[in-house]
Design a protein around this ligand. Structure first.
Ligand SMILES: C[S@@+](CC[C@H](N)C(=O)[O-])C[C@H]1O[C@@H](n2cnc3c(N)ncnc32)[C@H](O)[C@@H]1O
Length: 376
């Protein structure tokens, strides 16, 4: 059996690491399921996040669709299905940097400390250029590369930088006040980084493998999976769902990524308004929201539909996540039946890491279960 460690460090799968995302599941989870799946299967992830399921399906030559309410998730997931080359992406970077058009540069203490002014100027040129450019596979790839390089730990050797920012975490955007305090206390100044350096480094890593074009970037939708209208965009009936709904209590997917959200056209300040989410108001509301999603899946599914769901909760939350999932299946109009369920191995959980201003620390432990479901 191929272990998870080997898969995640396999150079052929580097595209899957283009940009980190919260509570992503490891690539080996969907790959293990798809290893036993027929090639004419149509896969859907209605909470696709950064598109791990979609990437795994592509790697296996299987068509897939993805839906997410977070624009950041959608931007990253689309890149997993883009077909382009290093040369095309590099040419687009130069075209956008050379464009003389005016671009809006955010002002304020956070921005003064987060990026060197020349670096910020380049970032803003690419931001404006990408927002004005018609979406192509090159622009989708470049956008995700930018999201991946936008913030992270500073390298000692400026010529070997992987990120544009002053010292920051990779996986989430630290809040402005906290960040400025952190930099001031340590007298950490932003380095003058030519964004071409980190971009070239990342692009040459992730675009090292010719992947099939079985699915296109248009298979990923920005939308709410509770709404039937979102599913009308799917051009095929679905036969397999591999997904991981938001874990109960996790609602800050967009605020925690506010800097990446800014790059995609959002505000240059943290916006605390909630993006559409499954309802976390109570366990009952949550299971009702999930039931709406299962109903919608049923409406676009083939008779032999199967669902594999990884679900859990933060260990700190005293919540019976198992009961929430069972309740959501009972509330659905479809006759779902769980034919197998098992706890996610500790080995998989142990690899989860969070970062705190660049320092790696163990993340809040999750309790998780995999559910294998079919129609009765
Ligand atoms: C646990 S994460 C999925 C991570 C994904 N498996 C990966 O590997 O990246 C759950 C995702 O559900 C999304 N989400 C929450 N409510 C949603 C809704 N109503 N419709 C679609 N997506 C939603 C969140 O934005 C988040 O990206």
């Amino acid at each position: 059996m191929v272990t998870g460690k080997k898969l995640s460090s396999d150079p052929r799968h580097r595209l899957n690491t283009i940009c980190p995302y919260y509570t992503m599941f490891p690539l080996e989870f969907p790959i293990r399921i798809l290893n036993r799946t027929a090639k004419d299967t149509v896969v859907l992830d209605p909470f696709c996040g950064r598109g791990t399921t979609n990437y795994a399906a592509r790697a296996k030559g299987i068509q897939s669709f993805g839906i997410d309410t977070s624009p950041i998730a959608v931007a990253i997931a689309k890149a997993k299905l883009a077909t382009t080359s290093l040369e095309k992406v590099l040419a687009l970077i130069e075209r956008l940097l050379e464009r003389a058009e005016t671009c809006e540069v955010p002002k304020g203490e956070f921005w003064d400390w987060a990026y060197h002014p020349d670096t910020l100027d380049q970032i803003c040129k690419l931001r404006t250029g990408l927002l004005k450019t018609k979406e192509t596979d090159e622009s989708v790839m470049l956008r995700a590369l930018m999201l991946g390089c936008l913030h992270g730990p500073q390298q000692k050797d400026i010529n070997n930088s992987s990120y544009f920012s002053n010292q920051m975490p990779r996986t989430f955007s630290s809040k402005p006040d906290y960040s400025v305090r952190y930099w001031k206390e340590r007298d950490l100044k932003p380095l003058k980084i030519d964004i071409r350096g980190p971009l070239y480094k990342k692009a040459s890593r992730v675009l090292n493998n010719r992947l099939n074009d079985i699915s296109s970037t248009k298979n990923i939708f920005l939308g709410d999976s509770r709404h039937r209208a979102t599913f009308k965009k799917l051009s095929k009936s679905v036969s397999l769902v591999i997904t991981s709904p938001p874990y109960y209590g996790m609602t800050t997917y967009v605020q925690d990524q506010w800097l990446r959200h800014w790059f995609l056209g959002g505000s240059s300040e943290v916006n605390y308004e909630r993006t559409p989410q499954v309802s976390h108001a109570s366990a009952n509301d949550f299971s009702t929201s999930l039931a709406q999603v299962w109903d919608n899946i049923y409406s676009v599914s083939q008779d032999q539909i199967k669902m594999v769901i990884r679900f859990g909760a933060l260990a700190s939350r005293s919540i019976d996540y198992d009961e929430i999932l069972l309740d959501s299946l009972r509330k659905s109009i479809a006759p779902w039946k769980i034919y197998c369920r098992r706890k996610v191995e500790l080995a998989e959980k142990g690899r989860r890491q969070a970062e705190h201003m660049g320092a790696r620390v163990q993340s809040t432990p999750l309790q998780e279960m995999d559910y294998f479901i079919q129609l009765d």
